[in-house]
Design a protein around this ligand. Structure first.
Ligand code: ADP
Ligand code: MG
Length: 290
């Protein structure tokens, strides 16, 4: 393991001053919050998982999809989750997105213990705390961008004037203020994904969760979407994104790699990029040092 992988969060700039990236914590702080079973994390932590396991019973044979995932993600962080096929990425995303509950372990979302919640409570927390972005944009084809973005607010019972205003703000935040009356087939792939991002943001979620958000996009359009995520992150939105593309992961400020249902590495972007550019494998183990 190279020493760059175990550096702490401090970043020495060319001028010689030390800066801390927004939302980033030291490895010691992460370990402390993860190694405190039963304790509610303070408001600096949006996601804390402690020993998360998920077993699937396949008619007698048990698949251990997650085998004890410990992870702490701070407010305002921008994290990419990588890993080979079958490593547990989707299972973990379902868990942190409150679509599933673990077989064992704790999951704290925004100070609430969600791992023991009933399905009803889980659904309520999910609607309030999580904005989902998928590979397929899942827009209503006959509705305008504005109507698509307003939809979650319709379900939430928000009055129409406020709905309109909040949907407009969300569309402006992804630079689509000039396209609000266009229908999906009148928009480019990148613009459609931006509508989907605006829809995910309109409920002001604590986490934007994106599963392969560029999986259906060409590389230029992928860059366009990565610029949107970067901008949102700069403005304080916590972003967690699953991707199998190292180029895409390198846009996040921190890269977590899963392997066989466990965290195999957890690094700041610069350490990850240096490792990949140095010819290292994405899935090299033992590099934990964000
Ligand atoms: P990834 O998204 O990284 O490709 P998954 O989380 O989808 O990985 O899967 C992790 C492991 O769990 C795999 O071995 C997969 O076959 C298994 N698995 C995932 N979902 C289910 C399910 N609903 N039932 C049974 N096994 C599953
Ligand atoms: Mg998957």
């Amino acid at each position: 393991m190279s020493t760059s992988n175990v550096s702490n969060v401090s970043n020495v700039t060319p001028g010689g001053t030390t800066t801390i990236e927004p939302g980033m914590h030291t490895t010691a702080e992460r370990r402390a919050v993860v190694n405190a079973p039963g304790a509610a994390p303070d408001g600096n932590w949006v996601i804390v998982t402690r020993g998360i396991k998920r077993d699937y019973d396949m008619g007698g044979e048990v698949v251990h999809a997650l085998r004890g995932v410990d992870l702490a993600i701070g407010r305002n962080e921008y994290v990419a989750i990588m890993g080979p096929s079958g490593s547990g990425k989707s299972t973990f995303m379902n868990m942190i997105g409150c679509l599933d509950t673990p077989s064992a372990g704790e999951y704290w979302l925004n100070g609430q213990l969600v791992s023991t919640m009933s399905d009803d409570m889980l659904a309520r927390v999910r609607n309030k705390e999580i904005g989902f972005v998928f590979q397929t944009f899942n827009l209503l084809p006959r509705s305008s961008a504005l109507q698509n973005v307003e939809l979650p607010l319709v379900y939430a019972g928000v009055p129409s004037k406020e709905r309109h205003q909040r949907a407009m703000e969300a569309l402006e935040s992804v630079n689509l203020g000039g396209r609000v009356h266009h229908k999906p087939n009148e928009l480019s792939g990148g613009q459609r994904q931006r509508v989907a991002i605006a829809r995910a943001l309109v409920n002001r979620p604590s986490i934007l969760l994106a599963d392969e958000p560029t999986g259906n996009l060409d590389s230029n359009t992928s860059e366009e979407i990565m610029r949107v995520f970067e901008e949102l992150s700069t403005r304080g939105q916590t972003v967690v994104m699953v991707t199998h593309e190292p180029d895409i992961a390198a846009h996040a400020r921190r890269v977590v790699v899963l392997r066989d249902g466990l965290v195999s590495s957890d690094e700041r972007r610069d350490a990850f990029v240096a490792r990949i550019q140095g010819g290292g494998s994405v899935h090299e183990t033992g590099t934990v040092g964000t």
